[in-house]
Design a protein around this ligand. Structure first.
Ligand SMILES: Cc1cc2nc3c(=O)[nH]c(=O)nc-3n(C[C@H](O)[C@H](O)[C@H](O)COP(=O)(O)OP(=O)(O)OC[C@H]3O[C@@H](n4cnc5c(N)ncnc54)[C@H](O)[C@@H]3O)c2cc1C
Length: 373
């Protein structure tokens, strides 16, 4: 079996590596270098239970998180250590979720540990103003991790080339259109060349609806380009943290070279991709001030890089993974949280495409003609 994969982001490459290592012939096509789009402009937090989840979605994320740990432990670009959710001075719950919600997650198997102030300081000496609420200063989501995506992509490329040969990665020439046709399906490159396979898998994030003809894949919210998010990378700071740290109005994590990466979901609420620089600056200053207040001995962190990127987010926040047509020519894999979910999605594609079975744990997330509620 030979499969053409469109998109060399974390999702497309994870799929391609899974297929190639299972014995399929694979070629991955991308208009640019591998991992240079959304996979580079990301917080890259691997988690199962932080976003609102039901049992099915938690199970998908949880399996993927376990797969990350199994495949990546020991690699220098993989950072285990969990995520630490701090109580705030205002006295809100340490991770602003209800006790019932946490109990439900724990019941499903999510390891969450309550820590007092001394334990938090022992874990993260750089944190300032650690406050306990009812004896609990923070909750540690123990399995959470983050990745340096350039390292993870380099590793996937090496595995792809080892399993499928030097011609398995074609970069620099975008796909102009899909050619589902009546014979072998294929993709027409802008160079005019056509690549054929038994199946075509499209993992082109926000560009997927353009390639597949829009209506077949639910529109990405709030418009075709997705939901913007702001990330601030600081210059190296005097003292940093060892893991993801979240307080009510900030999430930060270490970044290579003693830097910090900062984001705050609420600041993204009315962010636009074409935001005027001046208003972005206000948000950046706010993030930097919050980081300074969170860490001792970090008075005035400086922004080294500011990124506004659009999340490829289906309307209900859930993945869209499956065949587009009854003849099983074209398959799509679009998701938010693609860093977390890439291993799970790769496993499902192998089930569906290579073995011709239908992975049942994704039944709720198959492509539909209409946006899901
Ligand atoms: C601000 C922000 C924060 C985020 N934080 C997290 C997080 O903490 N944890 C998490 O799990 N996820 C997070 N995400 C989401 C995550 O980054 C994405 O879900 C993931 O990177 C998507 O990977 P992908 O491979 O689908 O897309 P991409 O990396 O964008 O790859 C798609 C590829 O398709 C190629 N392509 C497109 N059109 C064509 C064409 N016509 N021909 C050839 N190639 C084409 C592109 O060049 C690109 O390389 C975040 C996203 C943003 C924006």
């Amino acid at each position: 079996m030979h499969i053409v994969v469109v998109g060399a982001g974390i999702v497309g490459l994870s799929i391609a590596v899974g297929l190639a290592e299972a014995g399929a012939g694979v070629v991955v096509v991308d208009g640019g270098p591998p991992g240079a789009r959304l996979t580079r402009t990301t917080f890259a937090w691997l988690n199962a239970g932080f976003l609102p989840v039901d049992r099915t979605y938690w199970g998908l994320r949880s399996g993927s998180l376990d797969a990350w740990h199994e495949a990546s432990a020991g690699h220098p670009w993989f950072h285990a250590g969990g995520s630490l959710h701090l109580a705030t001075a205002g006295g809100t719950e340490p991770d602003d979720r209800s006790a019932a919600w946490r109990a439900e997650l724990r019941g499903w198997g999510e390891p969450i540990v309550a820590l007092d102030a001394a334990a938090v300081h022992a874990l993260e000496p750089a944190l300032a103003g650690v406050t306990a609420v009812g004896g609990v200063a923070a909750r540690l989501f123990r399995r959470d991790a983050w990745v340096e995506t350039d390292g993870a992509i380099g590793h996937l490329v090496d595995r792809l080339l080892a399993a499928a040969g030097p011609g398995a990665l074609r970069t620099g020439t975008p796909v102009a259109r899909l050619e589902p046709g009546s014979g072998m399906p294929g993709v027409r490159l802008t160079s005019g060349e056509t690549l054929h396979g038994d199946h075509v898998v499209v993992a082109a994030a926000s560009d997927t609806p353009v390639l597949t003809g829009g209506g077949l894949v639910p529109v990405l919210a709030p418009d075709a380009r997705g939901v913007p998010g702001l990330l601030v990378l600081t210059a190296p700071v005097a003292i940093t943290v060892g893991r993801i740290v979240r307080r009510d109005d900030l999430v930060l994590r270490p970044a290579p070279g003693g830097r910090l990466l900062l984001q705050a979901g609420a600041l993204d609420n009315d962010l636009r991709l074409d935001e005027p620089a001046a208003t972005t600056d206000d948000r950046v200053r706010t993030l930097l001030a919050r980081a300074a207040a969170t860490l001792s001995r970090v008075d005035a962190p400086v922004a080294e890089q500011v990124t506004v990127a659009a999340r490829a987010l289906p309307p209900d926040g859930r993945p869209i993974v499956g065949w587009l047509d009854g003849a099983r020519r074209t398959y799509v894999a679009v998701t938010h949280s693609g860093i977390t979910l890439a291993p799970a999605i790769a496993r499902i594609v192998i089930e569906d495409v290579l073995h011709g079975r239908r992975a049942t744990d994704l039944d709720a997330y198959r492509p539909r003609a209409a946006p899901r509620a």
